[in-house]
Design a protein around this ligand. Structure first.
Ligand code: ADA
Length: 573
């Protein structure tokens, strides 16, 4: 499952998911031995999508691996292979030929082949999830570097003229409930002859426009439709209306879904459709001990049910772009999402490295392009806990923020800083995310109060006092089942719950704070090689454990979040 709705009725698509041949390549000999053309006979089988670190003997494996599957085309012609997520550096071979490559684990990429004969073909993927000082994320992170083809692989058979890069943008007038909508895209020809193509656009199955276009042989025709929509039903948290747009040529089609809503910042508040929202959130890794990053749709629904039951209205997708199915669920349930790239704890040496810079920009571009239509996403976040007190950090983040704004003016740009009292990048952002762990890594939880005062003074000095603050991470670890009589005993469920209760109370009473994202939703597997102090090999700050069993903190947070209303009125009450 890729989306919760069908994106094509006409375009022939098939999922290539299932058992593929698999060979780990710790010695990196596959190229030399020609595995792209002749796969090693001593292979094992591996389910796609999945993470190899959930399989026998590959628990800790980080490095190169090769995958192979045959696929069959009933008719010859152009094809598009769509990889929804391959960890690391990927190379794609069809019938032994290198046909595409991609860097970065959490965003989709495609390989278009203009002509392939009917019959059976061989698809080989080589992927390398070795992490270094130039990868995103870096080698040292506080989660696990799962490897593999983590999301579905799709084979699409394309007509000679196909639809590509379609996008829905709009300007919304909230009072008038109308929108100027712009739908743009390309007609791409892979054919030998000029083509005359009919094109129809509809919204919720009602025809909006229909025209004919000429597409030169092997060329591209750009299309743009602009029209006004009246009586628009907004995407609201308690009434998340969604609109389906369909473009069709009669031979090819593209269906996308979006919602109409406006997000802006005013007087230290984030406004959604003109109303202040208080974010009752959690940080969630899209990870599970049995599936790694290949998180099954059924469990996504379960995580969604748990977060809604807990009284949340927002999730931070820490620390990488999440799958489209999850975002679809959030869209459908009126939940807010903060989306980010895994730029986690980069120091100046990393941020001045041109390879890192280029990869980061590219990941942002891919994240925004892939997830652009989800109304649930209000925030694009460009980094987490990087050296943003330095000039190098400032220059790098300026570049990232500019790129995000150039691609999407309709959302807020944010980041999560763990050095808020010396951060020199505050002015770049719409909303300031702060990560602080008083009561856990040092100090007492009550210190949050004084800290927020200090931050206020610092933000004034940095001409950023009007920017809303989100407490993007805070919390402590609690080992599931470890409850007792002692007060403030670290790692007990009791102490974890106490930290969250006090912290949430302090944040809710501070007028510059407009939301709280608890660290974290569930316990996640950590990297014991590089993070040696993580008990059980997990980051235990989840308010549910890795199997989604609630800890005491879960019940505490539910009680608190349920007692908060989302709007501004209640803050004053
Ligand atoms: C950081 C980081 C998280 C997690 C957390 C913790 O703030 O952003 O990914 O590692 O600390 O548990 O210490």
């Amino acid at each position: 499952m890729i989306r919760t709705f069908k994106q094509h009725h006409l375009r022939q698509t098939q999922l290539l998911d299932g058992q593929w041949a698999f060979a780990a390549d710790p010695g990196r000999v596959g190229h030399e031995r020609g595995w792209a053309l002749s796969f090693p006979e001593t292979h094992q089988s591996m389910f796609v999508p999945s993470c190899w670190n959930n399989e026998w003997e590959l628990y800790d494996y980080e490095g190169v691996a090769w995958y192979h599957t045959p696929f069959t085309l009933n008719q010859g012609g152009p094809i598009r292979l769509l990889f929804h997520g391959v960890m690391g550096d990927a190379e794609i071979y069809v019938d032994g030929q290198l046909t595409g490559s991609h860097y970065g684990g959490f965003t989709a990429f495609e390989v278009v082949i203009p002509g392939l004969a009917a019959g059976v073909h061989q698809l080989v993927v080589r992927t390398d999830n070795q992490h270094t000082h130039q990868t995103i994320p870096l080698e040292r992170v506080d989660w696990f570097h799962y490897g593999g083809i983590i999301r579905s692989v799709e084979l699409q058979e394309l007509p000679d003229v196909y639809l590509d890069k379609w996008k829905i943008g709009y300007d919304l007038n909230i009072q008038g409930r109308n929108a100027n909508v712009k739908v743009t895209g390309l007609l791409q020809s892979l054919g030998q002859h000029e083509a005359h193509v009919p094109l129809a656009l509809s919204c919720n199955q009602e025809r909006v426009e229909a025209c004919h276009y000429v597409v030169p042989a092997g060329g591209t025709t750009e299309i743009s439709f602009e029209f006004q929509m009246d009586d628009v039903r907004l995407w609201e948290l308690d009434d998340p209306n969604l609109y389906y747009f369909q473009v069709s040529t009669g031979q090819d089609d593209w269906i996308e879904r979006t919602g109409f809503r406006k997000v802006e910042v005013k007087d230290r508040k984030v406004l959604l459709n003109g109303e202040a929202v208080y974010f009752k959130g959690v940080n969630r890794h899209e990870e599970h001990p049995e599936w790694g990053f290949a998180f099954p749709p059924k469990l996504m629904k379960k995580d969604l049910d748990i977060t809604i039951h807990m009284g949340c209205n927002a999730v931070r997708g820490s620390h990488y772009p999440n799958s489209q199915y999850w975002l679809d669920l959030l869209d459908e349930h009126g939940m807010i999402f903060w989306s980010e790239i895994p730029l986690w704890q980069y120091q100046t040496s990393h941020m001045t490295d041109s390879v890192v810079q280029q990869r980061a920009v590219h990941m942002l571009e891919e994240m925004i392009e892939e997830s652009y239509h989800h109304p649930s996403i209000l925030f694009w976040s460009v980094n987490n806990e990087c050296a943003t007190e330095t000039e190098e950090g400032l220059a790098f983040n300026r570049r990232l923020v500019q790129r995000v704004r150039a691609l999407d003016e309709s959302r807020l740009v944010t980041f999560a800083t763990d050095r808020p009292l010396s951060d020199i990048t505050l002015s770049l952002f719409d909303v300031i995310g702060i990560n602080q762990y008083f009561g856990w890594y040092g100090g007492k939880v009550e210190q949050f109060e004084a800290f927020l005062q200090e931050y206020k003074a610092y933000a004034e000095k940095m001409a950023s006092a009007e920017k809303p603050v989100i407490m993007a991470e805070f919390g402590g670890a609690g080992i599931f089942g470890d409850v007792g009589w002692e007060e403030n005993r670290m790692f007990s469920e009791d102490y974890q719950s106490a930290i969250l209760e006090s912290a949430l109370g302090i944040f809710r009473n501070d007028e510059q704070v407009c939301g709280t994202f608890i660290w974290q939703f569930s316990d996640v597997r950590s990297d014991t090689l590089r993070f040696r102090d993580r008990a059980r090999g997990f980051n235990n700050k989840g308010i549910v454990n890795e199997y989604r069993k609630p800890k005491l903190a879960y019940r505490t947070v539910k009680r608190i979040y349920d007692s908060w209303e989302a709007g501004e009125k209640e803050i004053e009450a």
